[in-house]
Design a protein around this ligand. Sequence first.
Ligand code: GLA
Length: 388
Amino acid sequence: MKEVVTCFKEHFGEEPEHLAMAPGRLEFIGNHTDYNGGPVMGVAVDCVISIALTRTPEPTAVLVDRKLEGQVVVDLTDLKPLEGNNSWANYPLGVFNAMRESGLDMPGGFKMALASTLPPGAGMSSSAAFELAAAYAYKSAFGFDADRKQMARFGRKAENEFVGMPCGILDQGVSAFGEKDHIVTIDCKTETFDRVPMPAGVHFWVFNSQKKHALIDSFYADRHKECMEAYDILKVKYPELECLADASLLQLDSVSGQMSEILLKRARHVITESMRVHEMASALQDGDLERMGNLLIASHESSRHDFENSCDELDFLVDELKNLPGVHGARLTGGGFGGAVMAVTDGTFSEAIAEEACARYNERFGHSPKVFHTRTGEGAHIVAPAGV
Ligand code: GLA
């Protein structure tokens, strides 16, 4: 938090009036179930995006990022998505736009600085952290009432409509509802958020393959479209289905003649993954860590073979990690098509053991993955400037 205050003071020559922060997330299980109305689980990590903000009378937004030179200046009376180098500002601007469109009174403008402890591109959703930190900074500055669910929805609306990414509510929901030592569970059909305690002694290790597919956004949009197409076919025969995740494997089987092999695989992933999330809830409740680990591996296999959003690098990491001592399970986390693998371990897993997997990865791919040992953290909130 101190870093963002320093950045604000250096750039604007005054103390900021409002501060907020929001965490990144790890998708625990429930891969691509969110926008299909299924269940999903995630944890907030202890790496965050912090925002410092002061309102201004004129309807202009001035945004600075500690790591970037210069500033972005935007006329809020004519707000449109930015392109090119300044497009990072679309996350907070999109939230501002979503809030204003919902009827909140947000007169004038603001000056904003941001700082991040989230490793860039590590698959922990810095975009949702940025959206939620901005949402809480606006809440503090403009003094309106909105609960966590509404805040998560503003973030998602920004991402869907302003940034142009057809994501579900997972990232924003976990950033908003995260709690230390807890897993956030979301029923995406009803948008019901809950938290369950994390089994004691569980650790999260993130292995960032550092591979990012150039077409990641269009791959994501393709999968989204394929899922909607599969749902449309199922709905003709089963009009009672409210979303793809509600379908059963038997129902899917009964329409297999009308679906391409690709659509069948996508739908099968969403249906079986939703079942795995439900099973995970009972494994966690029973404290059954072996079952938990097996579900994580099964989730990865389904992403790999049915949803086809994995890649050689992530498959290699999962195959290596699952056999190492102390590892309960491992799977790709987040959108896929590159990105990161999450290993869920006990307390005996160490840097030295992680290094074994990295060395073999290096032999195969010619570079090492970046490894982070993360803890669970608190959800998004306003921070009192006096406390910093
Ligand atoms: C990204 C999206 C989420 C979710 C995951 C895949 O992180 O932002 O909404 O769809 O991919 O489960």
